[in-house]
Design a protein around this ligand. Structure first.
Ligand SMILES: Cc1cc2nc3c(=O)[nH]c(=O)nc-3n(C[C@H](O)[C@H](O)[C@H](O)COP(=O)(O)OP(=O)(O)OC[C@H]3O[C@@H](n4cnc5c(N)ncnc54)[C@H](O)[C@@H]3O)c2cc1C
Length: 330
């Protein structure tokens, strides 16, 4: 398949980029998504009916481009994204994980299981970071691996003693979601929560008798304990849980990006203010382009990257003969 722009990842960033490209009259746009449905981070990591907050991690942003939302439920947000897909007639190839990108002459070849699935003039990488949830520094013993989770299951556990580890919004939301049906403990290394939304602080306040807060607690190791998990804290205390949920955030897929040839500075991908990397015409947007992402940030970085693409590679005919580039693709 030859296409002017390929987008890797059908999350908020990738879909917003497709919307913006279509709105700018760029027809040859394809999104590749590794899962069988859109927005896998939102579908898999958010508890049912979770509030999708417009202000997240202290980022209070307004929409700069077409895609926008106000605080609403996870389900309403996903409906919103499906409507964008329909309205802008966005083509998505599902179950297609892009595992490499190679430059051949003027085009980038996108690889899936060693085959070329697309040849594109421009590539927008919007894979997010939740494919690689952050793991704790201590090992997780083999015997307890089936009791340790990095995302919330479709069906919430009931009547169990659960430890949630983390101090951000997602840890708080997970603890709140589980506190209705389980005995929940929330362990965080710091003495105070970090960049928690007002709404989440209110939810915590409402549940302060339902959640046991282990603030300033640091886990040393885990051990198996008769079908459960024993948690040994650095202060020497111990507690047994039936399950542990780690909510420590995501991590940049460095191997994937380095294999493509993206350079890193101080552990972060090297990109300009529009998201363009050291490889000309490869853009990084959304969570992968920052260490403090949110949905509105994803939407806005998509808008900025597409504006740049239009200005640099489409309108500036002195920079590139776009017609012949597009024609050479067909
Ligand atoms: C529990 C939790 C709660 C959150 N709550 C909020 C909130 O209330 N408000 C808010 O603004 N933000 C919230 N966030 C953050 C928000 O979800 C992210 O900032 C946002 O989803 C980033 O969008 P993205 O498109 O960059 O990445 P993602 O949403 O992660 O989407 C990336 C997509 O790319 C796909 N993909 C990955 N690798 C490949 C590949 N190699 N090939 C093809 N496809 C690939 C993935 O399957 C996924 O569909 C929350 C995050 C979590 C984990």
């Amino acid at each position: 398949m030859k296409t002017f722009v390929s987008i890797v990842g059908a999350g908020p960033a990738g879909l917003a980029a497709a919307v913006e490209l279509k709105a700018n009259g760029i027809k040859e746009v394809v999104v590749f998504e590794k899962e069988g449905d859109i927005c896998s981070t939102i579908r898999k990591f958010y508890p049912p009916q979770k509030r999708v907050d417009k202000v997240f991690k202290g980022l209070n942003l307004n929409a700069q481009g077409i895609c926008d939302f106000e605080t609403e439920t996870k389900e309403a947000f996903l409906e919103r994204m499906r409507k964008y897909i329909k309205d802008y007639n966005i083509e998505i190839k599902f179950n297609t994980r892009v595992d490499g990108v190679e430059k051949i002459n003027d085009l980038y070849k996108l690889k899936h299981e060693n085959s070329t699935i697309a040849e594109s003039f421009i590539v927008i990488v919007a894979t997010g970071v939740f494919d690689n949830p952050k793991k704790p520094s201590y090992p997780i013993p083999e015997e307890v691996k089936n009791k340790v989770f990095f995302r919330i299951p479709k069906e919430l556990p009931k009547n169990e003693k659960i430890l949630v580890v983390g101090g951000g919004n997602s840890a708080v939301e997970t603890a709140c979601a589980l506190s209705g049906s389980c005995d929940v403990f929330l362990s965080y290394r710091r003495k105070k929560f970090f960049r928690i939304n007002e709404e989440n602080l209110k939810e915590l306040e409402k549940r302060k008798n339902k959640i046991r807060f282990l603030l300033g607690s640091d886990i040393e190791r885990l051990e198996p304990a008769a079908q459960q998990v024993k948690v040994i804290f650095k202060d020497g205390s111990e507690e047994i849980f039936s399950k542990i949920f780690y909510c420590l955030g995501g991590s940049t897929p460095k191997d994937f990006l380095k294999k493509i040839g993206i350079e890193f500075i101080n552990g972060k991908p090297k990109i300009d203010e529009f998201g363009e990397s050291n490889l000309e015409r490869i853009f990084l947007i959304g969570d992968i382009a920052t260490d403090r992402g949110s949905i509105m940030y994803a939407f806005n970085t998509a808008h900025k990257a597409v504006k740049r693409i239009v200005e640099k590679y489409i309108l500036k005919e002195d920079k590139i003969d776009t017609d012949s580039s597009i024609n050479s693709l067909s």
